[in-house]
Structures are given as C-alpha cells and as structure tokens.
Design a protein around this ligand. Structure first.
Ligand code: HSE
Length: 297
C-alpha cells in the first residue's frame, strides 16, 4: 500500500502567467493498493459529489499514464482519496490529483521514472507547468516547457510569509477562465508583464518584500477574468487596506490570494470581520508555504 501527500498550489502570482507557482500547506492524500481485479475509488470528503469514481478519475488516469510508460500492469486498484483542496477554485486541485497519481504509480512500479520525467508527464497532463511544478517539488517555482522537458527553478519560501486564500462559494472552470482571454496582447502589456514577473521572482527570492505590491501587477489575464469573479476589486482593496504585501488572482481563479507578512498578526482577524460584514460568501484560509512538495508517507 502506498500513501501520497500532495500540497495545494497557487499559480501565476499576478504577472507570472503559466510559469510561476508556489506550494501551500494544505494537502490532498491518496492511498493506492494493488488488488486482484477491478477499480474501486473511495472519496472520503465533499469532493465525491464532483469527481469521477471510475476510469475517468484524474488520479487513476495519471497512474495509468505511468504504468503505460514503464510497461507495468496491475490486475486491479483500490484508491482512497482524501481531498482537502477545494475543487475548481484555483488552488491546484487538478495538479494535486495528477501529481499524486504519478507519484503513487511510480512508487508502485519500482520508481523507474525520475522527478524530471514525472514533472514533464504532469505538465503534459495538466497543459502547463505552473501548478504541477510546486505540487511535485514544493516551494516557489518558475517553470517553462522546452520541447520534451520542463526547465525550472525551485527556491524555498521563507517562513516569514503567510498566504491568505479567499475562496468564494462558486467555482470557475479553468477552460472558461482561459477562454475569456484575448488571442493577442499589445507590446506595451507584454513588456509590463515581463518586467513585473522578473521583479516579483527576484523580490520573493531575496526577501525584498516591499517590492511585492508593485511586482504582482499584471496586464495579461486578471483584468479579463475580473468579469468572472465578482467583488475581485473590492477584495484586493480590502486586503491592501489591512496591510497585505501583495494580492493576486490564484491561478485561473476564483480564489484570491493575499501575501501577508507573518508579523501582520491582525490581518486574519481584520479580514474575517470584513468578510462577515461585506462578503459573507467568501471563506478565508490562512496558509503557510510548503517547501517539500509531494511525499510518500
Ligand atoms: N496559469 C493557469 C491559468 C493556471 O491562469 O489559466 C490555471 O491552471
């Protein structure tokens, strides 16, 4: 029996569209057991209402991708999923599903694939690497696909940052949130994002946190997606009023993440009051960074 733990992730961080991501201390667990035949998938939480429990299940499909690649055959499988990452909310639930399946299947079939191979496979299954890289490796990551490999840098996040995830009570399909984006952008907007994403990466890595508010600026996706996330501007404004270092739409949304310094101990209580008074449909989860990524327990 193999049990895998995979963290939630938050992608883009504003300007780093499809390339930047970070891992959060919120986890999904998958237990995988070989059996004498058939496929049984038990889902222990609310996500059972939304996720497939047959061959269409993402964890299973990812396991199958590994088995096919390494030529390993199983008679049957029993999977038990314990999902703490809310589905379709912009916190990397699909990446967690993919990475947990790949890591579990690789362990089951004799660990024939390297981390680099698993990462490439994960990015192929997900379509981009910004969530799967931190889900597999933890920390703050920048990744770019180059032919048949993912070029990435992972750095550990320091313990002085907290990530406030504001999760609304509606979901948003990534496909829809990508479909709303323009096919081309102006040179001006492209240049804006190039500079801001470079500044953000360097500022996070060197601890120059006073830059973050400027550096999370984005002109490629957030302003289009705002239409799909009512109260986005209001949430950004409130977070900045309560001292957030930077605020951005997490992945394709609808979750909004505020980066907060550990010393801003009032942030959580202040924002919970704001939610209670003005935005009761949003939930706040205060999370720390995860620097470990996927682990076999
Ligand atoms: N970079 C992706 C997007 C993240 O913004 O569409 C969602 O998977």
């Amino acid at each position: 029996m193999i049990k895998v733990r995979v963290p939630a992730t938050s992608a883009n961080l504003g300007p780093g569209f499809d390339s930047m991501g970070l891992a959060l201390g919120l986890y999904n667990y998958v237990t995988a057991e070989e059996t004498d035949g058939g496929l049984v998938i038990d889902i222990l939480d609310e996500s059972r209402k939304f996720l497939a429990k047959d061959e269409r299940n993402l964890v299973y499909k990812s396991m199958k991708a590994v088995f096919e690649k390494v030529g390993y055959s199983v008679k049957g499988l029993h999977l038990t999923l314990e999902n703490n990452i809310r589905v379709t909310r912009g916190l990397g639930s699909s990446s967690a599903g993919i990475v947990s399946g790949l890591v579990a299947a690789n362990a089951m079939s004799g660990s024939q694939l390297s981390q680099e191979e698993l990462l490439f496979l994960a990015a192929e299954l997900e379509g981009h690497a910004d969530n799967v890289t931190p889900a597999l490796l933890g920390g703050f990551t920048i990744s770019v696909k180059q032919r048949n490999q993912i070029r990435y840098v992972k750095t550990e996040l320091k313990d002085d940052l907290r990530f406030a995830a504001f999760i609304p009570d509606f979901y948003l399909q990534t496909k829809k949130a990508r479909g709303i984006l323009p096919h081309s952008v102006s040179m001006r907007d492209a240049v804006y994002n190039t500079g801001h994403s470079a500044l953000l990466a360097a500022s996070i890595m060197t601890g120059k946190y006073e830059n973050i508010r400027t550096a999370v600026g984005d002109k490629l996706h957030q302003r289009y997606r705002k239409r799909l996330v009512p109260k986005m501007d209001e949430m950004f404004r409130n977070c900045y009023e309560k001292g957030a270092l930077g605020v951005y739409l997490s992945g394709a949304g609808p979750t909004i993440v505020a980066i907060v310094h550990r010393d801003n101990t009032e942030f959580e209580i202040n924002m919970k009051q704001v939610l209670q008074q003005k935005m009761p449909d949003w939930e706040l989860q205060m999370l720390s960074a995860d620097n470990t990524g996927a682990v076999i327990l």
